[in-house]
Write a protein that binds this ligand. Structure first.
Ligand code: BES
Ligand code: ZN
Length: 458
């Protein structure tokens, strides 16, 4: 990286942080219709800042849902082309009373910026905007072509993105896809993502009597939907922590010796991980380590349950309904549609007499594992090493970015997960934060990646 580029990054640190604060102040919550104007405004903000950075063409594409920001900076069609994907939408802020500073007021404490979206994913999208700005404003220029697709529906399942990508496959043609929407293994440990879990998310409804009943007049003689639901849910796992759904593990790839060795060599601190969760101890499927459970094994979780009386004090009532939101994180080669089907069938088998049990699939996504053979991974490793001063580690992620396998399929090129979210960064939770030093080193990494891609190919 030339002298002028590093100087530019250094001299503009404060302004970058100020602009990041403006970006984070827009409440672009895609799940809440009351924020739909904010979501649109946020798309405009991203477009405007890409223009200001000097990016050639920028368009805000309307969809039946949230707008997609599409931009292109083409230097020379013969050069490699990177497609950057990210999202400007964020999760809701509830429970808002647990935030130490307002979620849409970027607040710096101890070198970290606290705000919804600071790491997932606005902070990381902003790194790409600033890396482009630095190259274009200093006249260092771009050694590669860059296209960007920044969507506003990632947190609600990328509803309109697939159709958009397929319809615009020609226009978006690229040699590789770069995504900064994942995390780092530890503080100061630059990380390259090589796997994501998939997802099958369903809701279970248990309906009993036609209305809530007096639990004295009817309790003991009418089946209680809340208890019926609890019975069903507890039957989904056995004492060893294994999921009991028939066929659930059929397609799960066994962990290879090589993979185990690589896992064991990682600087992963299990105590720190436990402390980060605040749980008294960790727990999961017997016979597997924490990283194996998170990265190589599927998981089943109850995300929420609703039933009966939850107000102050005691009210004697036998509820008419109970429901639960259940998610399953999937690993290669599990198929989200097949898993949803196996789950639904099994739930129907488990349903006790006296209640009606129905299941509705909410959304899903395929698991993904990278083929890290591509020189793109060496380019990323070199860029990270230069910005962070140490070799990166290769990590999988327990989370999901369902669109990733589709990128590989449509563009027939590698996908690089170049993520900078801190471990314990509270994504989707109160007090989400991003380390500012990682934010700046992230910008530098991206600005250097372009050169490394030219040197090493994709
Ligand atoms: N940035 C996350 C994906 C992620 C999560 C990467 C954890 C690494 C670790 C993304 O914004 C996200 O939250 N994805 C959802 C997908 C869902 C809404 C389809 C997820 O994983 O729950
Ligand atoms: Zn998210």
């Amino acid at each position: 990286m030339s002298h002028s580029l590093s100087e530019y990054l250094h001299e503009n640190r404060d302004r970058f942080e100020k602009e990041l604060g403006e970006f984070l102040a827009i409440p672009s919550v895609s799940t809440e219709s009351r924020h739909s104007k904010d979501v649109e405004h946020c798309a405009e903000w991203v477009g405007e800042h890409l223009r200001r950075a000097g990016v050639g063409t920028v368009e805000i594409v309307k969809t039946d849902g949230k707008p997609i920001v599409v931009a292109e900076h083409i230097v020379n069609p013969d050069l490699p082309t990177l497609l950057v994907y990210g999202h400007y939408d964020v999760q809701p802020v509830d429970p808002v009373e647990l935030w130490e500073s307002p979620p849409f007021e970027a607040t710096v404490r101890d070198g970290c910026v606290f705000a919804r979206g600071s790491n997932d994913d606005k902070g990381q999208v902003h790194m790409h905007i600033k890396a482009l700005e630095a190259r274009l404003k200093t006249g260092v220029g771009m050694p590669v072509n860059v296209k960007l697709v920044i969507e506003g529906e990632e947190e609600i399942g990328s509803v309109h993105l697939e159709a958009f990508l397929r319809e615009n496959a020609q226009r978006l043609a690229c040699d590789a896809v770069v995504i900064s929407d994942t995390g780092m293994l530890g503080p100061d440990i630059p990380s390259i993502g090589i796997g994501l879990r998939g997802l099958a998310y369903l809701e279970v409804f248990v309906d009993g009597p036609s209305g809530d009943l007096h639990s004295g007049s009817y309790g003991g003689a009418v089946v209680n939907p809340a208890l019926a639901l609890a019975e069903i849910l507890t039957a989904l796992k056995d004492e060893s922590g294994r999921v009991t759904i028939p066929g659930f593990y059929d397609r799960v790839r066994p962990i290879t010796d090589e993979e185990r060795e690589a896992l064991n060599a990682l600087p992963f601190d299990e105590d720190e991980f436990r402390a980060e969760t605040g749980a008294v101890s960790l727990g999961g499927e017997a016979g597997y380590s924490t990283l194996e459970r998170l990265w190589y094994r599927p998981a089943l979780d109850v995300n929420g349950m609703i039933s009966g009386f939850t107000g102050e004090g005691a009210k004697t009532v036998l509820p008419a309904h109970a429901r639960a939101k259940v998610s399953m994180r999937l690993v290669p080669d599990q198929d989200p549609n097949e898993i949803a089907e196996l789950f639904s069938r099994y739930i129907r088998d488990l349903a006790p007499d006296g209640v009606r049990v129905t299941v509705k699939a909410l959304h899903g996504g395929w698991p993904w594992a990278a083929n890290p053979e591509s020189p793109l991974f060496d380019a990323a490793a070199a860029a990270l090493k230069r910005a962070f001063g140490r070799e990166p580690v290769y990590v999988r992620e327990g989370g999901s970015i369902p669109i990733v396998p589709l990128f590989e399929e449509i563009f027939e090129g590698p996908v690089l997960l170049l993520g900078f979210a801190p471990p314990g960064g509270n994504a989707h939770a109160p007090n989400e934060w991003m380390s500012l030093s990682d934010y700046h080193r992230g910008i530098e990494t991206i600005a250097r990646l372009y050169d490394e891609v030219v040197h090493r190919g994709v």
